[in-house]
Design a protein around this ligand. Sequence first.
Ligand SMILES: [Zn+2]
Length: 425
Amino acid sequence: MAGREITLKNCRYVVRDHKVIEENIDILIEGRYIVDIGRGLGGGDEIDCREAIVLPGIVNAHTHAAMWIFRGLFDRGELHEWLKNVNKAEEKLTPRIVYLASKIAMLEMLSNGITAFVDMYYFPEETLKAVKETGIRAALGPVLTDEVVEEGESEKLVKSFIEKTKGFSRIKTVVNVRSLYSVSPETIREASKLTQKYDLDIHMHVSETRREIYLCKKRTGLFPVEYLNSLGVLNKRFILAHLGWVTSWELSLIKDKNASIVHCPASDMKLATAGFFPLRESLDFGINVGLGTDGAASNNSLDMFREMKVAVLLQRNNYWRTDIGERDVFRMAIENGYRILNIKGGVIEKNNVADLVLLDVKDLNLNPLSRRNVLSNIVYSANGNNVIATFVGGEIVYHREQKEAIYHSITDTLEEIQECINEIA
Ligand SMILES: [Zn+2]
């Protein structure tokens, strides 16, 4: 069945990918997919895009949506100290609060042009419920811990999560493992075994701080990525988040095994992890590197436009070179994000999913505007407020005109969340 037709008419600019930009062109959507791009197209609902820049949807490839509740509460302390404080606060979170907070985080992400995210958090069924309601695309799933694995519960958890995602083509199950230092090697092996058995991704925080590297080396004689490789778990389904501290031979291993990395520059800097993520080298190796905000507790924004800019600035500041630029980070946040999700998207072309973002050419921070600087303006000057509308799988899941209505619809929720915050802080 073809599904509903929408034509985006006369788009001022279409940023098809990090290289190709077109002007005054139409995009035809049928059901969940882009079916044509060209001039003189029409059919279905026609949307006038003469004052819009259209780009593919943005992927927040590493976050903890529910941590939205902690925004602005834990602004001090390097990572391990910060974690101690956050973990204490997390004891107060109920499944309902996780559902409410993650739902608002998703509404915020959609309003910022984020069409998909990769999540790791407790009570993932609650986050899943919110994903189903908001229409965003997501990869999420159970967090495996030593207790779960020792009790033989891990497979049951994973299977029941997969069951709950059935019938939702925009939702993927991932197996989450918090970090190397929080679990035993058996838990990591078990997680990997399950991902192979059920054809899933494994998502884990790796090499965030110098302390983590030191402890791993002292305990195992290996650097973290070498250690993962020695466990036999590194493969193309492995998503390594952060990797602020990594050696060139570990990058080689990642490339050989075809694993993906998610760089989270703002969160890394805010938590003073002081790593030098070697982005240029990773890209030169041909590794798939995505971009993520991490949770709102450590970013504190969920705006990938900012993240793209910060990613460039961090590299330039650390390495005294300007060869990382707007094309690299646009590709990371969009095309590489869809590669991590293993979905045909992230590029505006026929047969790709119709995940699209419309930006307003009338916003002054996007001007002066020409084909020459449109990509530069998106990366260095745009922000989430420039988003007119966000499409996921051919559906308009956010439109700027709904902004007030969304806010008023969550007034009670915000009050309920504030009560929880008052108990925490
Ligand atoms: Zn994280």
